[in-house]
Design a protein around this ligand. Structure first.
Ligand SMILES: Cc1cc2nc3c(=O)[nH]c(=O)nc-3n(C[C@H](O)[C@H](O)[C@H](O)COP(=O)(O)OP(=O)(O)OC[C@H]3O[C@@H](n4cnc5c(N)ncnc54)[C@H](O)[C@@H]3O)c2cc1C
Length: 189
């Protein structure tokens, strides 16, 4: 497995119980992948080679092995294997968004704390966005989506409340006395 991000580490971890042997080859010394994932992979028996690149895939009709090269010493080593998986990430493409006139940094859309882009009325959320301190995780994206939607609503209707309310408040709107009671009790707490 070649790569140092979550794709490489997660796949190596998933394949560890199936493969007779699996080696994760990463050209840098530090991983971009989640630290817990790297630790779990090591604990699952994945061989981890850092500062190392796959210089050549060996074999004829099929794969018989790879030649690894240490990036510092230049020393090479051939190891046998049946498959090589390049989990080197992907190139994100903004496509038509590039022509929308939005501020872009490193192929990502720059937003402020309201998740507003540089173009009035256009909001963004998720991995595509960029701001100082950005953490690319699902929970962050969900939160950003709520922030973007609430702020978009206010930009459309300045009289609207930015805070959309709590879901527990909905019990009152259902007109069900018991649910309203529960909603009221939760609110009072
Ligand atoms: C291997 C890996 C493991 C991860 N593990 C975790 C984890 O354990 N926990 C965690 O919280 N996060 C994890 N993440 C991060 C998490 O996946 C992202 O933060 C999250 O998926 C971002 O959601 P998103 O909706 O912003 O973007 P995405 O999930 O990337 O969704 C964007 C969607 O837009 C589509 N798209 C792209 N261009 C266009 C276009 N021009 N037109 C239409 N559609 C388009 C794409 O196909 C894609 O479906 C992991 C990421 C990777 C790569």
């Amino acid at each position: 497995m070649a790569g140092g991000g979550d794709s490489a580490v997660d796949r190596a971890l998933a394949l560890a119980p199936l493969a007779g042997r699996i080696t994760l080859v990463h050209r840098r010394t530090a991983f971009r992948a989640h630290r817990a994932g790297v630790r779990a992979a090591a604990e699952a028996g994945v061989g981890i080679r850092v500062n190392t690149e796959i210089e050549a895939v060996l074999g004829g009709a099929g794969v018989d092995g790879v030649r690894l090269v240490d990036r510092t010493s230049g020393e090479t080593e051939e190891i046998p294997c049946q498959s090589v998986i390049a989990a080197l990430g992907f190139t994100a493409s903004l496509g038509p968004l590039e022509r929308w006139g939005l501020d872009i940094a490193d192929r990502r859309i720059v937003v402020n704390s309201r998740m507003a882009t540089s173009a009035p009325g256009i909001f963004a959320a998720g991995d595509i966005t960029e701001y100082p301190g950005k953490v690319r995780l699902m929970s962050v994206g969900f939160g950003e989506a709520a922030t973007a939607v609430a702020n978009a609503a206010v930009s459309l209707d300045p009289a609207a409340d930015l805070f959309p309310g709590h879901s527990t408040d909905d019990a009152g709107q259902l007109g069900n006395a018991q649910e309203k009671e529960t909603g009221d009790a939760l609110r009072d707490r």
